[in-house]
Design a protein. Sequence first.
Lengths: 247, 222
Amino acid sequence: MWQFLHKLASPRYFYDISGKWIPWLSGLTVITLLVGLYYGLVKAPPDYQQGESYRIMFIHVPAAWMSMFIYMLMALWSGINLIWNIKLADVMTVSSATLGASFTFLALMTGSLWGKPMWGAWWVWDARLTSELILLFLYLGYIALVAAIEDRRTAARAGGVLILVGVVNIPIIHYSVEWWNTLHQGPTVTKLDKPSIHLSMLIPLLIMAVSFKLYYLTVVLMRARAEVLDRERRSAWVRELFGANPR
Amino acid sequence: MLQAFNALIKRDLLLAFRHRGELANPLLFFFMIVTLFPLGVSPEVTLLRKIAPGVIWIAALLAALFSLENLFRSDFEDGALEQMLLSPQPLSLLVLAKVLAHWLVSGLPMLLLAPLLGLLLAMPEPAIAALELTLAIGTPLLSLIGAIGVALTVGLRRGGVLLTLLIMPLYIPVLIFATNAVTAAAAGMPIAGQIYFLASLLVLALTLAPLAIAAALRISVS
């Protein structure tokens, strides 16, 4: 296991093996996405209270999960990079940021589309909406910082510190905002043994969540491969790979 | 270790008093932002009283950010910062001294100016007392959190706006608890809960922020 991880941390090996994984991952993404959407949009029964408009949940909830999941992953990688100085970890962090911001934006947008018929307003200053918006700010701050520093290694390390500071702050921000105001409906899925959501809705939701994770994996690997190539463009193996035109 | 700490505080205070003119700028800024609100919103006393805690705290937040911007700048430009990085003293302690000195010349005067602003916005007396208390706990907190962002952007030429983007989201809990305490005090309610929360945030920042500032400085100076 350790040996494999060590090997994976070398840019060249990562480039090779991720190239083999991507077709499989993208295939699985498409399949789970189609199945999840079919069951969610066609098969699942309409909600007794919210009618058909609850179906936006099948996009909204997995996107919101992803927005937090990616931030946690970025924190993990930043920690790995700062402690063990593994280059690949910071490649993954930098490649994840835009995806995380996009998922956060998607969650906010779908939430607002759902809020209009349900609450009668595009936006309300509710605790969870506000903390999601702040999460978007944290992502954008990270992206802005990384873009502003010229040297890529320095940028990634500085971004790592920011992400770790953010991760300490996220629970504080979340609970202070929660304490400040609350209107959003409580979580309905977290108790897996007895969720207050019917199985016919839960299963498509979970399939969609898996699909979003696979999508993230596929795209982050693509972006990381591009980033690796760009960083290693002067190394021998990259030149060899692209027919070695010496410049 | 303590000697180095004291020496650095003394040096920074001395430097600050040699540039007395610059000391007044954040205060003036603080004052002006608060003045804009009655002009822009309405001079009606009941409304002003209602928005006063938020207005004063947001002004304090912005003033703290702008004054922080130059926390490490001159040291970075003349090389003193590199000497600090190279010195055998623990860097986190040295940056704590710098932040403390900075708070003494920028945060403390804000504390003295705030009651006046409270009167301008027609705040009742208990609310002004609560405002002082929250500012006393809150402004060091703003300095400590802000210094992390300053350390990350110190090597950049146009770090100002970027600093605001990085730090503003992290200031939100302070803003929420402080303004809530002041509003509660104005309504005659107990504010111990909010004050305890702010104090615990300050303790957390005092222990963790110097480490983060030191790590950030090492990255952006190297």
